[in-house]
Each structure stands twice: as structure tokens, then as C-alpha cells.
Write a protein that binds this ligand. Structure first.
Ligand SMILES: Cc1cc2nc3c(=O)[nH]c(=O)nc-3n(C[C@H](O)[C@H](O)[C@H](O)COP(=O)(O)O)c2cc1C
Length: 221
């Protein structure tokens, strides 16, 4: 499956077939989690795989919105040290869900609101918590795709600074053209001054070029 299609086509599914997830698919899901990047490559995440119906039922008591968890053939709890940010867990989680989706396996992340209970159920060592868990399973055929909309891109995206929308076509092209180094030229750095929409004065734009003349970084002051 094309990566972009997998990303934009993935919807969280809470109704699953009883079909077990084959060992090789499970392995790919876990590998995808393992390969997630982490801060300083600390790899702080640990994965607890739950398949036993009683364990899943017990674990589902740890969240406020986990009614679908017992029916999922596989649940993976992502465990983190208390000292680490959730971002690393999020990266591992999304990797796993996308790898699963590419293999036809649906999923839904869930939060263990009752952290102490979850910790006890999974027998976690001190200083660790469940960052989140993911329910996995083949989707039921009648499972309607979520129609939960996403906010329009233009509503959630700013350029260069908070609140500033995309420059209109003409001025954007003009200011970029002003700042691009001439094609094929090797430049260590170049600066130019231009006016940008939404600002009252001229701004200095620094371009740092790589050895082959491509722009490698651009900063506005
Ligand atoms: C951090 C996080 C926690 C979530 N916790 C739960 C949960 O506890 N129970 C649940 O049913 N869904 C949970 N979800 C799923 C969200 O409800 C879902 O991602 C959102 O509604 C978008 O759904 P869609 O991708 O199907 O449109 C969680 C999602 C995230 C990212």
C-alpha cells in the first residue's frame, strides 16, 4: 500500500472479526513499533502484547473508553518510563497502526485513565506507566468508515509565524524568487531583503546553500 494512502486512509476501528492476526503480521506490527525513532535513540518504549481473553477483559477495566478492547484479537500496551515524554510512544504507536493497516488490520488507540490499575494488571516495574494501548483486529465488513471530519488544512496551518496564512500566489513566488540562489551556482550563503505580506518592514532572508548549489536552509529574521 502506498504510504500516503495508508496514512490518509487510516481510520480508527472498534469492531473486529474474531480472526486471529497471523504471526508474521504480528511480527511486522511489532517491528514497525521497534523501528520508531526516539529522542537520543533511547528506545524507551516496551510493548506488552495481550491476546488472552481474560487478560484483555481485565485490562479493559483500566480505561474509560475501552469497551471494544476485549473483542480485539490483539492488544498492545505501550509502556514508558515515567521520565520520558509521550512523543516516543506516539511514534511507535502510529508506526504499528500504519503497518497493521497496510496489512489490512484495523486498530484503535486507547488510554488507560486508571494508570495504577493498568500498572497492576500488567505487572509493570516501578517508574513505568502505560502511555497508551492499541486494539488490533481485522475490521468487521459492515464497519462503516468513521465520518469524523478533520479541520481544513488552511485552518490549522500557518506560515513563518503564528496566525499568518499562506502568502498569496504572486507575492509568495516573488519573495521566493528573490531569495533563491541562481540555478547551478555554488554559494556558501546569500542574503536578500524583501517585503513579506503581513509585516510592516523589510525582512532579511539568509540562505545557506550546500556544495551542489541547492538551498539547504533558509531563515527569516
Ligand atoms: C491519544 C489518543 C487516545 C485515544 N483514546 C481513545 C480511547 O480511550 N477510546 C477510544 O475508543 N478511542 C480513543 N482514541 C481514538 C480517537 O477517538 C480517534 O483517533 C479519533 O476520534 C479519530 O478517529 P478516526 O481516525 O476514526 O476519524 C484515541 C486517540 C488518540 C490519538
Amino acid at each position: 500500500m502506498d504510504a500516503y494512502k495508508a496514512i490518509v486512509g487510516k481510520r480508527d476501528v472498534r469492531r473486529y472479526l474474531h480472526t486471529p492476526i497471523p504471526a508474521e503480521v504480528e511480527h511486522r506490527i511489532l517491528q514497525a513499533g521497534r523501528m520508531a525513532g526516539s529522542s537520543k535513540n533511547d528506545q524507551p518504549y516496551r510493548f506488552v502484547v495481550l491476546k488472552d481473553p481474560e487478560r484483555k477483559m481485565e485490562f479493559s477495566g483500566s480505561g474509560n473508553f475501552m469497551t471494544h478492547v476485549p473483542s480485539a484479537p490483539m492488544v498492545i500496551a505501550i509502556v514508558m518510563p515515567d521520565t520520558h515524554l509521550g512523543f516516543d510512544a506516539g511514534r511507535a504507536a502510529q508506526n504499528m497502526m500504519l503497518a497493521a493497516w497496510a496489512d489490512g488490520v484495523a486498530s484503535c488507540p486507547v488510554v488507560a485513565h486508571n494508570a495504577e490499575y493498568a500498572k497492576k494488571v500488567l505487572g509493570l516495574p516501578p517508574g513505568h506507566h502505560v502511555a497508551l494501548a492499541i486494539a488490533f483486529g481485522y475490521p468487521q465488513p459492515e464497519q462503516a468508515r468513521s465520518n469524523q471530519k478533520r479541520l481544513p488544512l488552511e485552518e490549522i496551518t500557518y506560515y513563518e509565524r503564528w496566525g499568518q496564512r499562506q502568502l498569496s500566489g504572486a507575492s509568495a513566488t516573488m519573495s521566493m524568487a528573490n531569495c533563491e540562489p541562481p540555478p547551478g551556482r555554488m554559494l556558501a550563503s546569500a542574503t536578500c531583503t524583501t517585503m513579506r505580506a503581513g509585516y510592516s518592514g523589510p525582512l532579511k532572508c539568509s540562505i545557506h546553500t550546500s556544495w551542489n548549489g541547492r538551498r539547504s536552509a533558509m531563515s527569516w529574521k
